[in-house]
Design a protein around this ligand. Structure first.
Ligand code: SF4
Ligand code: SF4
Length: 380
């Protein structure tokens, strides 16, 4: 997800100042079948509990998607505070509506709960991107980190089924991506990850560094890399880069090495480095100075219809719930406007300090592309 049209959307906002909701994120359920060691949802005193009666009904989610179509949203991203595929039947219904309206769709999943019919339908309809949180290139490492035996084999079985239907329908879609969380248990196997990706025709590997928030748990602390591990990780990733290049597997390895993000794998001011200090001070418009474009382009809806201002943090829009308001009401509500004004003054929210490194890098990437386009269009 994230492409030239994402950039064009921001260029349009720059030209007329009107916020355009580009990405809508839907969190369908907190229910999960795994018990991953790095999972904040499962580990932090079971803070993110599964309470079925709190979840939006199928009918309410369908209305959200119909609103999104009317509101010209460009991409919808499905995720869970748990495993989204617990609501596979709903996803099946939503994806027909979404693709029929030419909206791009992605899902982040642990990859274990697909069913045969859904896989076939996803291929038929041209579902865009599936991000599978696989933490090891074999059952031993992956299943230990994901907290359940059999996880690796189920993922592999499902990927094979996707490949079967993709061949049958002569389709490249959905693109499958691995999103492993870097930890003490897997820092030395990314070359093997690439080989696995090649074997199963996976499009990319996007390593996620562990964030500060995971340190709140004993197990989270145990997964942190020491300085020695980080050195060995660098060696392994250099090897992985060569294999990935040869086999045309996209990845974020170079970014992790060249920007030394891996050194921040135990968190620390990633946002300061890549968001705050990456402002665009030399452009005339205030908008170009904002540290992050999220308040103009992004909205996240929680399992109970509450609105999150950002996918990285849990801060909510207090006065609105999607159960009682449509997307347009929320998008132009006072709290969103205040947040945009704060960003226009160049200041971030408190939680931005803990911006996810992958998101921070993406913001940086988008800004660089926008700079190029603005120079090209002579808009300076
Ligand atoms: S699959 Fe996701 S939600 Fe479930 S335990 Fe693992 S990280 Fe947490
Ligand atoms: S946490 Fe990151 S993505 Fe979210 S608003 Fe702050 S800078 Fe933007």
């Amino acid at each position: 997800m994230g492409n030239q049209s994402d950039i064009e959307n921001i260029l349009n906002i720059i030209s007329d100042g009107i916020p355009r909701l580009y990405t809508l994120e839907l969190t369908l359920t907190n229910k999960c079948n795994l018990n991953c060691l790095s999972c904040i949802a499962r580990r932090k005193n079971k803070e993110i509990a599964y309470i079925p009666q709190e979840e939006l009904s199928d009918k309410q989610w369908i209305k959200v998607v119909e609103d999104a179509v009317r509101f010209n949203v460009k991409e919808i991203f499905i995720k869970g505070g748990g495993e989204a595929l617990y609501r596979a039947k709903l996803i099946d219904t939503l994806l027909t509506k979404i693709k029929k309206n030419n909206i791009s769709i992605g899902i982040i999943t642990n990859g274990t709960l697909f069913n045969k019919n859904l896989i076939k339908h996803m291929v038929q309809i041209g579902f865009d991107d599936i991000y599978i949180s696989l933490d090891g290139p074999n059952a031993r490492i992956n299943d230990y980190l994901r907290g359940k035996k059999g996880t690796f084999n189920r993922i592999v079985k499902n990927i094979k089924l996707f490949n079967f239907w993709k061949e049958k329908y002569y389709s490249d879609y959905p693109h499958i991506h691995f999103v492993p969380v870097l930890s003490k248990k897997n820092y030395y196997v990314f070359d093997k990850f690439v080989l696995l990706a090649k074997k199963f025709k996976v499009s990319s590997i996007q390593i996620q560094p562990i964030q500060k928030i995971d340190l709140s748990t004993t197990l989270g602390k145990e997964l942190m890399l020491t300085t020695h591990h980080k050195m060995l990780f660098k060696k392994n990733i250099e090897k992985a880069i060569k294999i990935a290049e040869k086999n045309k597997i996209n990845n974020n390895f170079n970014e992790l090495i060249s920007k030394k993000i891996y050194k921040d794998a135990n968190f620390n001011d990633v946002t300061d480095k890549f968001v705050t200090k990456n402002k665009l001070p030399y452009f005339k418009s205030n908008f170009l100075k904002v540290p992050c474009f999220h308040p103009w382009t992004f909205m996240s809806i929680e399992i109970d219809g509450k609105i999150k201002k950002c996918n990285v943090d849990g801060s909510k829009i207090n006065s609105y719930n999607i159960k009682n308001h449509n997307l347009m009401n929320v998008w132009y509500c006072k709290e969103y406007i205040e947040m945009r004004n704060q960003f226009l003054k160049g200041s971030l929210m408190n939680y931005c300090r803990h911006c996810c490194p992958a998101t921070a890098l993406y913001i940086k990437y988008i800004k660089e592309r926008i700079k190029e386009q603005i120079y090209q269009n002579n808009l300076k």
